[in-house]
Design a protein around this ligand. Sequence first.
Ligand SMILES: [Zn+2]
Length: 384
Amino acid sequence: MSEAKSAEDTVWVPLDSLRVGEDGINFIGRIISLRQSLDRKGRPYFYGFVGDGNTSIPYVAFREMPFKVGDVIEVRGARVEEWDEEVRVAIPTRAEVRRSERVDVAYPKVFEEEKMAKIGEIKSGDEELTLEAVVLDMERSQVTVRGRKRDLLKGVLGDETGKVHFTSWRLTGLELGGSYRIKGVYVKSYRGRMEVIIDEWSTIEPLESEKRIKLPKSYLRNIASIKKGGGGLDVEIEGFISYVSPRSGFSLSCPECERKLKDGICAIHGEVKGFYNLRVWVRVTDNTSTIEVLIPRVVAQKLLNLDSGELLKVLTESPGEVGREEFLKIIRKKLAALPVRVVGDVIYREKRPAMIVAKSIQPIKWAEIKGSLPTLDDFLGGAT
Ligand SMILES: [Zn+2]
């Protein structure tokens, strides 16, 4: 029988005494996290953390791991390696991995302390979070992963502090409008869009009716907190326009996606008949910081109160750079130092500060700006 090796024969090495370079070792541990990824050749592998009563360490497994978070596993024939300056156990294809009935393997501390998170504070790279949130929007979608179509859910989650996009690989358990406690999610950003990922190993529990999430009327935040992270949908800021960028103006854009054309070519849609799209770039400053705000055409037209005749006049009477200069003059006059309330979505950019794409901008009175305004020194020191 292959089960011949009895437990007594096996030497189980505690996780805190593993040494880099050891091979063929046996250990018992509880799975703290379990994720799947693909190697360079497109083959799946698994990784995460395992823990025993004393410590937790990263592992990587080059074999199927038909287990779930919380399971205790017995691994025979693992290797200990150094990875990213840490000790990691590698579970090769030939290793033997079994679910263990042992209950004396304690969860390490890190797992006991559940990481409750608020959507207004999460940031890309956060892992193993627990959120309590309401599903504000949800639809079924499909992606192709390695030639295979997979169904998933896409939508928006909200709590008292913010709203964020989500993708769920679990197709059941969530309903539009429902409030849930969602455990074991992680956060990533794709093309500046922050997203909460609910995967096969996450758990979803409906909240009791008295714990249902109540959303605020708006997500008013200060600019410094927005730059730190947090679900960035429909955030609201109050400040004044401290800079109008000369990048503002009209440019030939793709009618499909509104991307700026290069020599009549859209990066996505190829050769298209462009239209003159208006975009205004400004910076908005409050008493905590300054952020770049992109004002798309529809919002800009309303804010600038430009009727199309006025726009057309600028464009046709003085095309090219002259038109741009004229236009800048007009908008600077209207926008410079204007106190505003901006509602929009935050774009988190790599290596550059976050920015906001405005959905609405409303002029307000100086007195309406919450909190104290920056002094001239703050402004000169921090705005540009
Ligand atoms: Zn396009």
